[in-house]
Unconditional design. Sequence first.
Length: 355
Amino acid sequence: MLTLAPLLLALLSPENLVSTLTLHGWSAPQRLDALDEAAGALCERLQQPVDPLTADAHIRFALERAGVYDAQIHPLLLRHGDDEDVKAALPRLIGRLERHLPPTHYGFATRQGGARKITAILLIHRGVTLNAPLPLKEKVGEELKLEGRLAPGYQAPRVFIRHPSGAVFEVPPAQAQPSFFFGLALPRRGAYGVELVADGRYGPVVLLNQKVYVGVGLPGVPEVKLSAPRMLVPPTEDLINRLNDLRATHGLPPLARRQALDRVAMAYSAEMAAARRLSHTSPKSGTLADRLRAAGISAAKTAENLAQGVNAEAVLRAFEESPGHLNNLLMPTATHCAVGQVEGYWTVIIADRPY
């Protein structure tokens, strides 16, 4: 019987992190200076209290400043007094990894924060290699080139852009798979969201998600933005209310609920929670189309958003930061939606005239 206790007690070493991953059956990831830089910045931020609702924003902020735009990030941020704390934390990180999204690169940093240490570990799955990174800042009217190559196992790359107005557009490729080329027009001042999605073995995967600031200054460190108080409602209803508020700001009609659609969403959230796996395709229930068909539901058009989050506010914020997910929520012809939530695993189904 293999025991990892001696190794875990000496975790505060990048070499031991890699050894632990390989002992659990993962290939050894490559260490990146840029990820080390981002991990160090997170350690500095953790020396002060960080609101849980802005934790993801702080991670993205640190990655953005380090020039890392991979979308599949697995962080472990830990305040600890000794390695016994780490012994319990590392399995949580490894347990979040998915076999179809293996870690390819990592960053590691440890700082002394008073009487306790602060450690940040960033694992990423890199499914796309760019010929040149997109700039963080750009001039108004410039056309950017997004070109590179997909990793084996990915196909059908597509790009979504969130305009400063909040509208989302899909950019047709000039060349696609496995090498791709997209021309991105950024005609006005503001922050543009750029997201590259490709199809993997288990459905669509966001591989790149970054912002380009056109003719404006870079934002500061994320801060907590308090939303207006809401009446106490179930989490799923809270998300639907927030989603309909979002659609209203874009001049779109609200979405109704249908009990049969709700059951499909809730059942899939329960399935993901049991498997501890976030994926659009399941070996048990198949794809969204399979799940709807099994429930006897047809629709003119459907879309599915998945997330892990602490509450409805955090989940909607994550969707808004992803142009592809936001595009689904703002489907103009959609008439109905359903939300399922089990142990922090969220399923959102958007449908056009389900019957």
